[in-house]
Every structure is written in C-alpha cells, then in structure tokens.
Design a protein around this ligand. Structure first.
Ligand code: ADP
Ligand code: MG
Length: 257
C-alpha cells in the first residue's frame, strides 16, 4: 500500500444549522500515511466537520479536496468509492447476518458494479476466482482484528467493543486509502481499546492514512503524531503532542467545559 500525496485538504469549511454555526471556517490538511488526531471539547464541530468531509452533510461554504480533487458535495458512496471511508454502525438489517457475511458484503455495498455481479454471479471462471479471493481476504481481515473466532456469530450478538472491531474490518474490506474514525473507542473496554489502536498503528505503517476524531485528549496525545484542535467551529491549534499540551488556548478551551 503506497500513500499518494496530500490526501485530505479542508478549506474554509462552514456548516450552519438554522441559526447555529457548527463549523466556522475550518482549514486544515491531513498528510498521506499519517495518523492525525482531531480533538476539541464537546460541541466544537468535530462530528459536523467529519460529516461534511464524508458527504453526509452538504457544507454551507468551503471546499474539501481528496488526493488533489474536489469532493465537496459528493454523495457518501461516491466519496467512499474514491477511497475515503468512515466506519458505520452495523445497520439493524445486518444484525441477523454473521460476522463473516458482514465482512464479505462490505465491499459490494460500496461499489455498484460488483453489486450487480453479486446478484447475478453466474459460474464463469473469473467470478468464481473473485469470490474465492473475497472469501480469503475476509478471513484474513477477521484474523487481523482477532475476531475470526466469531465468524459464524450473528453481528447482533457481539459486544460493543467487538462490534467496533467488525466496523473496522468492514471498512478495510473496501480497500480504502484513508479512514476516518469518529470516537471509535467510545464504550470500548481497555483490552479491546489497546487492540483497536494497535491495529490502527499496524495499518498506518502499511501506508493507510487515518483521521481520528476523539474527545479524550490523552488518547490522541499518546497515539497521533499530528494533532488538530477545534473549538467553537474553528481550528484553534495544530501541531505535535508536545506543542498542543503546552498551548494555553487549548488548555483553556478544555477547562471551559
Ligand atoms: P462535536 O462532535 O465536536 O462534539 P458537533 O459537530 O456534533 O460537535 O456539534 C457542533 C455544534 O453543532 C453543536 O452546537 C451541535 O449542537 C450543533 N449541531 C450538530 N449537528 C446538528 C444538527 N444536525 N442540527 C442542529 N445543530 C447541530
Ligand atoms: Mg462528535
């Protein structure tokens, strides 16, 4: 996996909801192959920024570029097809499917063409080969996240933490360039938290790019080489952990909670 150029650039991003300005002119970049953290107190505009990047919300103003191309206002599936993906909670309909089925379905949900193929698979050699490769990749992915022992368990029966690992496995099956994670550790026990962060580090070393949105400053400080701090819809500070830790404005923003 070889990261290319500057994957993500957000310019003067603005999002208003009625009278509320959730994002107020945020500008930042995420470098290829980095694990970048986006932190800020509750209500800072982190999730809204995330939703504008991934096409869930249409920004009121501003631009989002991915790998040098403008993606502002594209649909979430169009953005995902370009390799910029986010984790999604496992949808209700998928609770009655096994963990293995969930992982095998993930790439088809994102790419229209292969959806057609999965409806009409036929038995041509290339189709059978593709199915076998998909199957192998699904198992490798489950092993990587250490949930292969749960392959035939229904997704609905997993614990909160196991479900987060499955969400990550599904994202990885789409063969992304960059992964956005919005509070992936919420409600996850310390053992699974270590496992999840460990896998993120492994993948980063393999050349994947991550933007990790987190409320907990310590998690970001201990794991991210580059940190962006948002406050009241704006980028308040940016830099390495040491810079951020000693930044008076950042400390104040968190104390004000
Ligand atoms: P964070 O993720 O940093 O906690 P959010 O992006 O969720 O912050 O929220 C930023 C601000 O925008 C908050 O004041 C929040 O209440 C508001 N907000 C977020 N989403 C909506 C929405 N769909 N409708 C109205 N206001 C919203
Ligand atoms: Mg949020």
């Amino acid at each position: 996996h070889t990261p290319r150029g500057l994957p993500l650039r957000v310019e003067n991003l603005r999002k208003e909801f009625g009278g509320i300005t959730a994002v107020d002119g945020a500008t930042f970049s995420v470098e290829a192959g980095s694990l970048t953290g986006l932190i800020g107190p509750n209500g800072a505009g982190k999730s809204t920024t995330f939703n504008c990047i991934t096409g869930v919300h249409d920004p009121t103003a501003g631009h989002v570029y991915f790998q040098g191309e403008e993606i502002t206002g594209l649909r979430p599936d169009q953005i995902a097809n370009r390799g910029l993906v986010r984790t999604f909670q496992i949808a209700r309909e998928l609770h009655d499917m096994t963990v293995l089925e969930n992982v095998m379905l993930a790439p088809r949900g994102q790419v229209g063409e292969s959806l057609v193929r999965s409806v009409l698979p036929g038995l041509r050699r290339e189709v059978v080969e593709q199915e076998r490769e998909l199957h192998e990749r699904a198992w490798e992915t489950l092993e990587f996240f250490e949930i292969d022992h749960l392959a035939f368990e229904f997704a609905g029966n997993l614990s909160g933490g196991q479900r987060k690992l499955l969400e990550m496995a599904r994202v990885l099956m789409t063969d992304p360039e960059m992964v956005l994670l919005d509070e992936p550790l919420a409600g996850v026990n310390p053992t699974l938290e270590r496992k999840l962060l460990g896998r993120v580090h492994d993948l980063r070393e393999d050349g994947y790019t991550f933007l990790l949105v987190e409320h907990d400053m310590d998690v970001i400080m201990n794991n991210c080489e580059h940190i962006i701090v948002m406050h009241q819809g704006k980028v308040l500070a940016e830099g390495e952990a040491a810079d951020i830790r000693n930044n008076e404005q950042v400390v104040e923003a968190y104390l004000g909670e």
